[in-house]
Structure formats: C-alpha cells, structure tokens
Design a protein around this ligand. Structure first.
Ligand SMILES: O=C[C@H](O)COP(=O)(O)O
Length: 261
C-alpha cells in the first residue's frame, strides 16, 4: 500500500508584494521550526504571485527552509509571441516544485477550459513540475447535478490531455466554499475525493490513483482541517485566505495535533 504524504498548500492569490512575501515566508518557516514541524511527514508549500517567486526561492535556499513553493498558474506555451505568459521552463529554473492549474478563479476570470487546463498541466509535467489540478462545482452545479458529476468530468477532460506518466496533485475546490467561510463537510469532501480517485484510476490506472494526492480546498482553517484529514481520500488542503496568516497556516499544517480532538 502506498503512503501519500499529506500536502498543506497555501495559495496566496493576488496578495503580498515581494517584500511582504519574504516576511511571510520567514514567519511561517520560523513558526514551523518552533513547533518542530516534521516536513517529511507533512509537506508544506506556498504559492506566491509570480513577482515574488525569485525572492521566495532565494530566501528558502539561503536559509535552508524545508518549505516547498510553486506558481499559481503556468503557460501552456513554451516560448515565443505570447505576451504576459510565464513558461513552465522558467518556473523550473526558479526551482518551483508545483504549479496550480485550473483554479476556478482563472476559469472564471480568463475563460480557461478543461482543454486549456490540461495543456497547462502537460506543459508543467514536461518541465518536471507537478501540476496541482483544480476542479470543483458551482452552487448551481451542485443543485442540478450533485457534488461529484462536474468535478469528475472536469478531471477526466484534463487527464485526457496528459501523458500517462508523471506525478500530479488534484485539488477539489467547490466554488461555493471558496472564500465564503462555508466549507464543505468532511463527508462531502470525502465523497467527491473518492469519486475523483476513481476517475484517476480509469484514466491513469489503479497504481497512479493510489499514489495521487487529492486535496480539499474551500474555507479551510485550523478549526476544521482535522475533520478533512480524517477522511481516507483527502490527502491535504489547498488553503487561500488562511494561508496569509503564518500562525494560522502553521496551525493548519499541524493538523495531526488536532486529529482526535
Ligand atoms: O486556492 C485556494 C482556494 O481557492 C480556497 O480559498 P479559501 O481558503 O480562501 O476559501
């Protein structure tokens, strides 16, 4: 049986300039160190804006912090006449481990389709970056189709664009739970994450499905993380607002001290 190392990921969205990013990463790393955080047991990663990545890389490398980091998006293109785009190779050069693709805010703001998201994920994989593939249903989808149908179809469509091999992370983020303060219940998250794992098994085989980490995202806080992490198919969290507070985000990463409470 494969052990999936939990991943607690902080998506800063459009927050923190590069000076604020340095302060936040320092505070987070020191808080985790004070709490003797075992990074081998629970991985912690931050996703700053593009403009912060160089500063975050330099700090993490100079201080030998065990934090990982990634980008909030990546281009499907590799180079050339694509103004405003940032390629996976550029992110790899900055030592990004991950790139988020298909966040619902990008799907909404930039009309990103599953095919585009799939091509972005494929570009990340080609550069040795693990794509964090976001899927999730809106409140209307939930009412009309139930919780699983839309995220499962989104994931199938994204996986269709990917090579069979290469590590991926999937993040289930119900759109209605993002930034609303109204998280899904642990049972709802488990039900959808289980269905997503079955979709990965269909597309990439049972072994890959067993090894793939599936995160829950949407109003995660230190007060509700333990419930999610008790579920067998939830392997971590993609945290938005609460990741901007170092103490709160570190408390989320310490979910093991709340499990059973
Ligand atoms: O990527 C993170 C999600 O959109 C969740 O955001 P939130 O924790 O602020 O609800």
């Amino acid at each position: 049986m494969v052990t999936r190392i939990p991943l607690i990921a902080g998506n800063w969205k459009l927050n923190q300039d590069h000076l604020q990013a340095i302060a936040l990463v320092q505070k987070l790393a020191w808080t985790l160190q004070d709490g003797k955080h075992d990074h081998a047991a629970v991985e912690v990663a931050v996703f700053p804006p593009f403009t912060d990545l160089r500063s975050v890389q330099t700090l993490i490398s100079a201080e030998r912090f065990e934090l990982r980091f990634g980008a909030q998006d990546v281009s499907e293109h590799e180079s050339g006449a694509h103004t405003g785009e940032v390629s996976a190779a550029m992110l790899a050069k900055l030592e990004c481990s991950y790139a988020i693709v298909g966040h619902s805010e990008r799907r909404q703001d930039h009309a990103e389709t599953d095919a585009i998201v799939g091509r972005k994920a494929a570009a990340a994989l080609r550069a040795g970056i693990v794509p964090v593939i976001c899927v999730g249903e809106t409140a209307e989808d939930l009412e009309q189709h139930g919780a699983s149908a839309v995220p499962v179809q989104q994931l199938r469509d994204v996986l269709a664009e990917l090579p069979d091999a290469g590590e991926i992370v999937v993040a289930y983020e119900p759109v209605w739970a993002i930034g609303s303060g109204q998280a899904a219940t642990a049972e709802q998250a488990q039900q959808v994450c289980q269905a997503l794992r079955a979709a990965i098994a269909e597309g990439r085989g049972a072994e890959a499905a067993e090894a793939t980490r599936i995160l829950y995202g949407g109003s995660v806080k230190s007060g509700n993380i333990a419930g999610f992490m008790r579920e067998p198919d939830v392997d971590g969290a993609l945290v938005g607002g609460a990741s901007l507070d170092a103490a709160e985000f570190a408390a989320i990463a310490r979910f093991r001290s709340h499990v059973g409470t």
